[in-house]
Design a protein around this ligand. Structure first.
Ligand SMILES: [Zn+2]
Length: 335
């Protein structure tokens, strides 16, 4: 095998000499959760979704959903690690190797910051139900520390609550005043979500990007990321992107949990309508680290995107949305 050493050295030398990094990526939708956040481990998800399980309501959907995750179908499914430490290490290994900066939220965020350094961009995630949020004055204090660059994922859609709900209004005022962007779950969740524990009212009509319009008009200085890109209602998303130039969308979960063709169809619609500068990569990685790279591959393999459009979606749009400084952008590029 000796003869192999020389070509291998040549391959790695440019990286060593010039310290080149892979082109940077921003993941707008990364979670730092418990490894069993999606049920007992190991569990997994089939790449490109080979299909949904058959269901008879004689038994609870939860049971069918757990069996589905415990035995993911398709080739080479994305499988969870077994422990919280492994989940963190595997996630951060991917971020560092691929030069990915993850807007990260979840109950284990501080551990990720400690081990991940600048690869972790902290986002403050409120409890799912708005009735369990700390009062506005307390949230203001948390945000005034400057630790959190984004407020999200706001996920009260799982309880049938719209962003137009008056309970959300005082928080929106604080976000606009402190100039902290909002990330909000608008679009799909797990299949049959309303029949899973802790979720009681995940309605298809709240997947509509139209839900954000009144918020956008009332708070025109607020930057808004529609997490999950309002899938599957492409018409609604396009109308909202057209109407509200401050609204962006990330492709969290849909980039790896949908059949690849269905994801590409959705992305193509948005790009054909002229909005490739408003779509951001987001994985929605929870307890399946390999989902991050699966999602990146879904962007990289989109034959209808130019190389420039891919770079916009994978990095440039998020850098603009987050208002990264030129210094930060240069550092991410190893310049
Ligand atoms: Zn979500």
């Amino acid at each position: 095998m000796k003869h192999l050493y020389f070509p291998i050295l040549l391959f790695f030398l440019p990286v060593c000499i010039y310290g080149q990094l892979p082109l940077p990526i921003i993941d707008m939708h990364l979670h730092a959760m418990n490894v069993d956040a999606n049920g007992p481990v190991p569990n997994g998800i089939g790449r490109g979704n080979p299909g949904y399980p058959d269901f008879d309501p004689e038994k609870p959907w939860m049971q069918t959903a757990m069996e589905w995750l415990a035995n993911p179908n398709g080739e080479n499914p994305i499988v969870s690690p077994m422990t919280n430490d492994e989940l963190r290490e595997q996630t951060l290994e991917i971020l560092k190797r691929r030069n990915i900066y993850g807007v990260t939220s979840g109950n284990r965020l501080d551990e990720y910051i400690e081990h991940g350094g600048e690869y972790v961009i902290p986002s403050w995630s409120p409890p799912t139900h708005i009735d369990n949020w700390p009062p506005p004055a307390e949230v203001r204090k948390i945000l005034e520390t400057g630790k959190y660059k984004v407020f999200g994922e706001v996920s009260f859609a799982y309880h049938g609550i719209s962003p137009c709900d008056p309970r959300f209004a005082p928080y929106l005022e604080i976000l606009e005043e402190l100039d902290i962007p909002l990330g909000i779950h608008i679009g799909t969740g797990p299949p049959g979500a309303s029949y899973l524990p802790g979720i009681n009212n995940h309605l298809g009509r709240l997947h509509s990007a139209f839900e954000i319009e009144e918020v956008a008009i009332r708070h025109p200085r607020l930057r808004i990321n529609l997490m999950h890109a309002g899938w599957p209602l492409a018409d609604h998303l396009i109308a909202v992107l057209y109407n509200h130039p401050q609204v962006y969308a990330d492709v969290g979960i849909i980039c790896y949990s949908l059949p690849r063709e269905a994801f590409h169809d959705y992305l193509r619609r948005i790009v054909q309508a002229g909005f490739h500068r408003r779509i951001m990569f987001g994985s929605d990685q929870m307890n399946w680290p390999a989902a991050i790279e699966e999602g990146i591959t879904a962007i990289e393999t989109a034959s209808f995107l130019t190389e420039e459009q891919k770079r916009d979606i994978l990095y440039n749009n998020a850098a603009r949305f987050l208002r990264l400084s030129q210094e930060e952008i240069d550092r991410h590029h190893g310049r």
